[in-house]
Design a protein around this ligand. Structure first.
Ligand code: RB5
Length: 143
């Protein structure tokens, strides 16, 4: 599996920790930046990760900013992207099963490191339910 990973300055620390974790599990990581704690614009990063996922270059993506909100808003502008902002493990599991979310958004200033890793693990491990009603609803998302 290849994961596209990105963060702005607000999510820079968590991005590095997630990158290390993914590498330790053998998952290939496409790190699109940012590469320093200097201030930068989250839409630039969100669109890079979202385009990698939408094009099929990466299977899924993970985006981190201060709240996760800006990243999720920007990523969801790209056709085919279902970016889910998660702050709890219940939602992380449900959004994979029900929404087949292909990008996980996280807020470094909103959740602690332990919870962040639990969310990442649950989100990556949970498959889409493949149930007809969920497929029908996903097909109705793009307009
Ligand atoms: C940066 O200060 C902050 O606005 C950004 O990381 C993010 O939280 C935006 O939604």
């Amino acid at each position: 599996m290849k994961i596209a990973l990105g963060a702005d300055h607000g999510g820079f620390n968590y991005k590095n920790k997630i990158k290390e974790y993914l590498a330790s599990t053998g998952i290939e990581v496409l790190d699109v930046g940012t590469f320093s704690a200097e201030s930068c614009d989250y839409p630039d990063i969100a669109h890079k990760v979202a385009k990698s996922v939408a094009s099929g270059d990466a299977e899924k993506g993970i985006l981190v900013c201060g709240t996760g909100i800006g990243m999720s808003i920007a990523a969801n502008k790209i056709f085919g992207i279902r970016a889910a902002l998660c702050s709890d493990t219940f939602s992380a599991k449900a959004t994979r099963e029900h929404n087949d979310s292909n990008i996980l958004c996280l807020g470094e200033r909103a959740i602690g490191e332990g919870l962040m890793f639990e969310i990442v693990k649950v989100w990556l491990e949970t498959p889409f339910s493949n149930e007809e009603r969920h497929k029908r609803r996903i097909d109705k998302i793009e307009i």
